[in-house]
Design a protein around this ligand. Structure first.
Ligand code: UD1
Length: 379
């Protein structure tokens, strides 16, 4: 196939290009090389360097909101992996227009071109996100399966971080989150991802174009931007440790996430593209293993052998959830997908990459933290 990967020069995009090329697909990448993520880059993107020199990857520098760039990138394309997007929960809360413009507007433009111009596209996969669930699923001893939608301000102010049962108010335990959990986006970023997913699924139904929305959990791995202070917690902690600064842990560090290696996600992208079994559906892509933020810190500081105590100011980031871990049964049953890279191995892989290739990672976390504090988005 000839596959267009939007955002293909980025973290997940470039790993996806690697996997597609390994399988012999031709690839076109559309990417604007956003400086917040890529720094100052001219010419062929460094993340795709191994595919330079006409080896099956064509690079188009452009914005997903630019109709001419999208039209040109779509020439001769059989399938689209739409990964381009603005990523950052904290930043989305004070840049709502930018996040909606890139994520919702960019997706709408792609669909507009598909609807109104002659293309050969017969499959579309969109990057969705676990963020659209808001809080994950929970179990209440008295009420069974429950879905708390948010945490009470007085609980958060008092450092009571765990959500309560929405029916009886009692403590609840986190449970694996299935795709049919009611959606409850808690940040502008999440709302924008939910819209992207719904736009694509709705379009697919109307035009009988096979589409899949993959709900990625927390992706980490080599090539994650270490200088982008709005990227995921793993990269942020790494950057802090390598710069010999204490990571900042929000809440008490007991919040859990489902960390999944980027290479596992890239394989899921390939499977969603090449199999018809998940067409017209949304599918979780996560490891199913809950890991606390403090455990992420401990694991990284052990691997790097850097002993710095984290700062735990007891603060809470607006738009954050407490726990969410995937039930990935659907991905296994429909796509034959299962994660292959355990967290400890994946983190060693990431640490090797950044100590060898990026010792000068610029640490901009203090600036981002000050910005969030000024806007009262961490309290
Ligand atoms: C969010 C999105 C996810 C997206 C990811 C990209 C939700 C529920 N999920 O994940 O879809 O792919 O952003 O960034 O919105 N933390 C610290 N210190 C830090 C940074 C983070 O303690 O310096 C904590 C956060 O407060 C949070 C956890 O680490 O509790 C994970 O944060 P992060 O990596 O930003 O990802 P999510 O918010 O889970």
């Amino acid at each position: 196939m000839r596959v267009l990967v939007t955002g293909g020069a980025g973290f997940l995009g470039s790993h996806t290009v690697d996997v597609l090329r390994e399988e012999g697909h031709e690839v076109v990448v559309l990417d604007d090389l956003d400086p917040q993520v890529h720094g100052a880059v001219e010419g062929f993107p460094p993340n795709l360097a191994r595919h330079g020199g006409g080896s099956g990857v064509r690079f188009v520098r452009g914005d997903v909101r630019d109709r001419d760039a999208v039209r040109s990138a779509l020439e001769g394309i059989d399938a689209v992996l739409h990964l381009a997007g603005a990523v950052g929960v904290g930043q989305s809360m004070y840049q709502p227009f930018h996040y909606c413009s890139v994520n919702v507007g960019g997706t709408a433009l792609l669909l507009d071109v598909l609807a109104n111009e002659r293309t050969s596209v017969r499959k579309l996969v969109v990057a969705s996100s676990m963020s659209i669930y808001g809080e994950g699923a929970y179990r209440c001893g008295a009420c069974g399966d429950v879905y708390p939608t948010g945490r009470r301000p007085d609980d958060l102010a008092a450092g009571r971080w765990e959500p309560r049962c929405p029916r009886c108010g009692q403590p609840v335990a986190p449970a694996p989150t299935r795709e049919d959990k009611p959606l409850a986006a808690a940040s502008i970023y999440a709302v924008s991802k939910k819209s992207q997913e719904e736009l694509v699924l709705c379009f697919g139904e109307a035009y009988k174009l096979p589409v899949v929305a993959l709900r990625y959990f927390n992706i980490y791995g080599p090539r994650q931007s270490l200088s982008n202070p709005y990227t995921g917690v793993v990269a942020i902690f790494l950057s802090r440790l390598l710069n010999r600064k204490p990571p900042i842990v929000f809440e008490d560090g007991g919040q859990t996430r489902d960390f999944i290696h980027v290479r596992d996600i890239a394989r899921a992208n390939l499977l969603a593209l090449t199999s018809a079994a998940a067409d017209f559906q949304a599918v979780n892509v996560g490891s199913g293993v809950p890991v606390s933020v403090l455990d992420v810190f401990r694991e990284l500081s052990t691997i790097l052998d850097i002993r710095i105590e984290p700062t735990v100011p007891g603060q809470f980031r607006a738009g954050d959830i407490r726990h969410c871990v995937a039930d990935a049964t659907r991905a296994r049953q429909l796509l034959g997908w299962a994660p292959r890279i355990p967290l400890a191995e994946g983190m060693r892989d990431l640490a090797r990459w950044c100590t060898s290739s990026l010792p000068e990672a610029r640490d901009l976390v203090d600036v981002a933290y000050a910005e969030l504090q000024m806007k009262k988005l961490v309290r």
